[in-house]
Design a protein around this ligand. Structure first.
Ligand SMILES: CCC[C@H]1O[C@@H](n2cnc3c(N)ncnc32)[C@H](O)[C@@H]1O
Length: 483
């Protein structure tokens, strides 16, 4: 059927649902009505959206780790440790890579190997293979709300099982879990898959169960201009709201210039609310999430804590509703529960020390935020025009035209013409505009900021700046200065 940004008709949805639930035997354990009843019995303080709204009211920034291991008793032990010893306000369950690729046979092997070896042979929690009841054993063993975090282009069955399994938040989107994560999936296909996810969550909403949805903000996590990741977040938020989703957390990955990071969150929050209103979704609740540094991490744990704390400070000063926390094992792989908890404690230290400081309204932030909003408007206006008002069609056409273009993304449907580089203060600017539909004034602004760096470094604005900025991270710097 032709893609359109409209609520999936019930008959069409139910027919598709039969196929989805048949994709793996555990799908037969999903009964929507029974799942709604189960969800309605979950205490309110364990509902993700409720806790986010309380944080907004209390003006606090919540902390949330990533965490996922193969065996479910270990997953319970891990998450209990992170809430008890790490002080996590919100809990994740990070899903393993095989499940993200719908390769459930290989998951089975991974679970068996983990049981035999006694250690996690998967890089996350295999929720689909475990099914509804084991998910409920995990989510009901914890004091805090639990969110599904993953990177799945076709997450339809995962949604069915985890929503029935007592999770109350679900990360991802048809763009943000495709373009940065896969080479060949078409944007139209994954947007359609995620319309299924959002329609199912819309059905839970209509039955009185509010499930929080969080588009994946950071995208490739490498020098992403805030206007690009913010625009994708808003498109995914609008596509979700169209399917009946009411509780949406829009996100952004730390880039490193403090003024720009705070401005990005401010622009994201304001524009998300503006676009929800523009499209008549006045009953959606919007919150923000700030991801601590998504780039390469130092191996030295003390330096890693420096990076973690800096991301915590930026989140606190931006008054993000929640911050996603890194660990001192980031340079190595899946962290131990102790390392994960220590990243949380370091973060909470900064969040609480900076609780009374808010930099969102200082002039430099407002100036940068207004530039980001203007850039977002150029992009979103063009997406609307290309889609003739339909955001789903506009997104597909936007990628084809290079109006939406995510730097360093592997997907062959991404133009890959836009090239970012840092200016003299480390803020992300655009060196190659590709087909971004910016006004001349905005194009001139970016050029001027890069020329300023060029003058300071005594070299021309060039691709070498992009390369130097990518490698600067390993040397512990942001701006890749010439040798
Ligand atoms: C956005 C995805 C990348 C981030 O997600 C972390 N990540 C991946 N898998 C796990 C896991 N099983 N447990 C804890 N963190 C995990 C990586 O380290 C990185 O920061």
């Amino acid at each position: 059927t032709k893609l359109k940004n409209e609520r999936i008709p019930e008959g069409e949805f139910m027919a598709e649902r039969q196929e989805v639930l048949a994709q793996w035997p555990t799908g037969s354990g999903v009964d929507f009505k029974e799942a709604v009843d189960y969800q309605l019995k979950i205490p309110r303080e364990k509902c993700f959206g409720e806790k986010l709204q309380k944080a907004v009211a209390d003006k606090v920034t919540l902390i949330q780790p990533r965490a996922g291991v193969a065996l479910y008793r270990e997953q319970i032990e891990l998450l209990q440790y992170l809430e008890d010893k790490g002080g996590a306000d919100l809990l994740p369950t990070t899903i393993d890579s095989y499940t993200r690729l719908n390769r459930y046979n290989e998951v089975e092997v991974g679970i068996e190997k983990s049981k035999i070896s006694g250690r996690s042979m998967l890089n996350g929690f295999p929720a689909v293979n475990y099914g509804v009841n084991i998910c409920r054993i995990v989510t009901s063993a914890l004091r805090n709300p639990v969110q599904v975090r993953h990177g799945t282009p076709d997450a339809r069955l995962l949604t069915e099982i985890t929503m029935a399994g007592g999770f109350t938040s679900y990360e991802g989107g048809g763009i943000s879990y495709n373009i940065p994560y896969s080479k060949n999936h078409s944007v139209a296909k994954t947007i359609r898959h995620w319309q299924y996810t959002d329609r199912l969550i819309g059905m839970y909403e209509e039955a009185g169960v509010s499930i929080n949805r969080e588009p994946f903000g950071p995208l490739t996590g490498t020098l992403i201009p805030p206007c690009i990741s913010n625009s994708v977040a808003i498109i995914e938020g609008l596509l979700a709201a169209t399917q009946g989703v009411k509780d949406i957390t829009v996100g952004y990955g730390q880039c490193g210039n403090l003024i720009q990071d705070i401005a990005a969150i401010r622009a994201l929050d304001r524009m998300a609310k503006k676009y929800m209103h523009k499209y008549g979704f006045d009953d959606t609740r919007i919150t923000t999430v700030f991801h601590q540094w998504m780039g390469g991490f130092p191996q030295d744990e003390s330096k890693a804590f420096g990076v973690i704390s800096w991301g915590a400070a930026a989140a606190a000063l931006a008054k993000a509703t929640k911050v996603i926390v890194k660990t001192p094992h980031e340079a190595y792989g899946v962290p131990t529960k102790e390392a994960n908890a220590s990243g949380l404690r370091a973060t909470k230290q900064l969040i609480s020390m900076l609780r009374d400081q808010d930099l969102r309204n200082i002039p430099e932030v407002i100036n940068e935020s207004e530039i980001i909003e203007a850039e977002m408007k150029c992009i979103l206006d063009k997406v609307e025009e290309l889609g003739k008002g339909d955001m789903a069609l506009g997104a597909v056409a936007g990628f084809e035209a290079g109006v939406l273009d995510i730097p360093f993304a592997p997907n062959r449907n991404n133009a890959g013409k836009v090239l970012p580089a840092r200016d003299d203060k480390g803020a992300i600017r655009i060196l190659e505009m590709g087909n971004l539909p910016f006004s001349q004034a905005l194009k001139d602004f970016h050029r001027e900021r890069l020329e300023e760096r060029a003058r300071h470094e005594g070299r021309p604005v060039s691709l070498q700046m992009v390369i130097d900025d990518v490698y600067a991270i390993e040397k512990g710097f942001l701006v890749g200065r010439p040798e």
